[in-house]
Design a protein around this ligand. Structure first.
Ligand code: ZN
Length: 471
């Protein structure tokens, strides 16, 4: 089984990834909305062996906010049952076609403390509802049984995550901020990536890693996405119409598999997808769109992603470019996303962005870090200034020893980087100021900081650059 091969190469503080531990874990997820859908998708990617879904929400009609539920509904009355089918489909072995993981669903509402007994004794409970009553019932149940509880909430422009391990912390979190509010795909995707990362730390901690002890918050209205206080008016975002925008995405791999559906959820009218590669079995642990396809292994990445998304978002106009990006667009896009780990094509993206004045969103990851940056020509530094692209090309040209593990990658940090990039793009599209610095999520820092797992990072290069002339 090569499916989890890439993440099994991950080492943190000298300790190796233990896939068997994840395969033997059981996680209960309460809720079936877009937040649950994203968290569950990430846990399938990680290879958590047994997922149990609980919710009595009726399956809705076509709603772009639904995400995975758009993929297929199979005529189920309950959204949780539809989600179960999609997750089983995603977890199929590339060879046998049989699901590698166990996924169950129960149409259920947590109406009183006794109703929580149905949860049994999973290794972790994740509350992905915005429902105060469920939150209280689940907290009491988890504490009584000594089961860790992750509580995730998301609404338009805001999301947060807390972990309770019986020693307090979550009670203060049971605030009315999210109650009754609709979940939103962008904030849900971001906090789901962090929630799945924290779930993995609870189930399989590596080295000195510790799960979060304080509430983690995301604020799309704050100048750097990090602040607690709202600085912008939300109304503008609620009425944002991106149907006239054209986006180009370079790379349909681990990052593109979240950025491309994210742009579709945002309602971007036209999306051009560039990637010369084909899907391999080892991509399936973190490339969501490939797992939704009937038979992605051996197929072109750009073509496959577009095929899946066309059925979910028929209103979006997609273009497939099954070739490496070498610096020329047939038609100038309104934004270009860097979703590749290839520095040569990053240089081509930066050249095109500087030359033609195209805003460029950089997304990048490693197993514990996800980062994003938006280059707005004439306003801040280009990708060469921020990331030292030429130096990276020179460094990567060095021969790699045969014992070195090539490109370990994990679904969670890719999700976080992709959604941070989308949040930056949304600010740009709304006409609001974009951060001058790189926004970086580091899962090592997450337990040490009060509110924010994110840090800001300054330019790598000083001196002159084409993007701003002489210093
Ligand atoms: Zn520059």
């Amino acid at each position: 089984m090569d499916r989890f091969d890439r993440q099994e190469r991950i080492q943190v503080d000298g300790e190796s990834w233990d896939q068997q531990k994840l395969l033997k874990s059981k996680v209960a997820i309460v809720g079936s909305g877009v937040l649950s859908q994203n968290i569950a998708a990430a846990l399938v990617g990680l290879g958590v062996g047994w997922l149990s879904l609980y919710d009595n929400r009726a399956a809705k009609g076509r709603d772009p906010g639904e995400f995975l539920a758009l993929f297929r509904r199979n005529g189920h009355a309950f959204a949780a049952d539809s989600l179960r089918d999609v997750l089983l489909h995603m977890s199929r072995d590339a060879g046998t076609g049989e699901p590698l993981l166990r996924v169950e669903s129960t149409p259920w509402k947590f109406v009183d403390p006794a109703s929580a007994c149905i949860l049994g004794a999973p290794n972790l409970i994740i509350d992905a509802t915005n429902d105060p009553f469920a939150e209280r019932v689940l907290l009491d149940y988890a504490r009584a049984r000594n089961i860790p509880l992750l509580n995730a909430s998301a609404k338009r422009m805001h999301a947060e995550l807390s972990l309770d391990r019986g020693s307090g912390g979550l009670e203060e979190r049971l605030s009315p901020d999210y109650h009754g509010k609709g979940q939103h795909p962008l904030t849900a995707g971001l906090i789901a990536g962090i929630a799945a990362d924290e779930a993995r730390k609870v189930l399989m901690p590596l080295g000195t890693e510790r799960p979060i002890e304080r509430t983690v918050r995301f604020n799309g209205l704050s100048g750097n996405l990090l602040g607690v206080y709202d600085e912008l008016a939300q109304e503008k975002y609620d009425s944002l119409d991106l149907s006239g925008m054209r986006a180009a995405v370079i790379g349909a791999g681990a990052l593109g598999n979240w950025v491309i559906p994210g742009l579709s959820q945002m309602g971007v009218g036209s999306i051009e997808v560039w990637d010369p590669d084909v899907f391999e079995e080892s991509n399936l642990s973190r490339q969501l769109m490939a797992t939704l396809h009937e038979d992605a292994v051996g197929r072109g990445k750009a073509e496959t992603v577009v095929q899946v998304l066309s059925t979910m978002f028929p209103e979006v106009q997609y273009t497939v470019r099954a070739e490496p990006f070498e610096g020329a667009f047939a038609r100038k896009p309104d934004v270009v996303f860097r979703c590749t780990d290839n520095w040569e094509s990053t240089r081509s993206i930066n050249d095109a962005a500087v030359r033609e004045g195209i805003p460029a969103v950089f997304c990048g990851t490693d197993p514990t870090v996800g980062q994003a940056y938006l280059f707005k020509p004439g306003d801040n530094y280009c990708l060469e200034c921020m990331f030292g692209v030429d130096k990276q090309i020179a460094a990567n040209a060095q021969p790699i020893g045969c014992t070195a593990a090539p490109d370990p990658s994990v679904i969670t940090t890719n999700m976080v980087a992709a959604y941070l990039g989308l949040a930056l793009f949304e600010r740009f599209a709304a006409g609001d100021a974009v951060p001058k610095n790189i926004i970086k999520y580091d899962n090592h820092l997450i337990s040490q900081r009060l509110h924010y797992p994110y840090t800001e990072q300054s330019p790598a290069l000083e001196g002159s650059c084409r993007c701003r002339g002489s210093p």
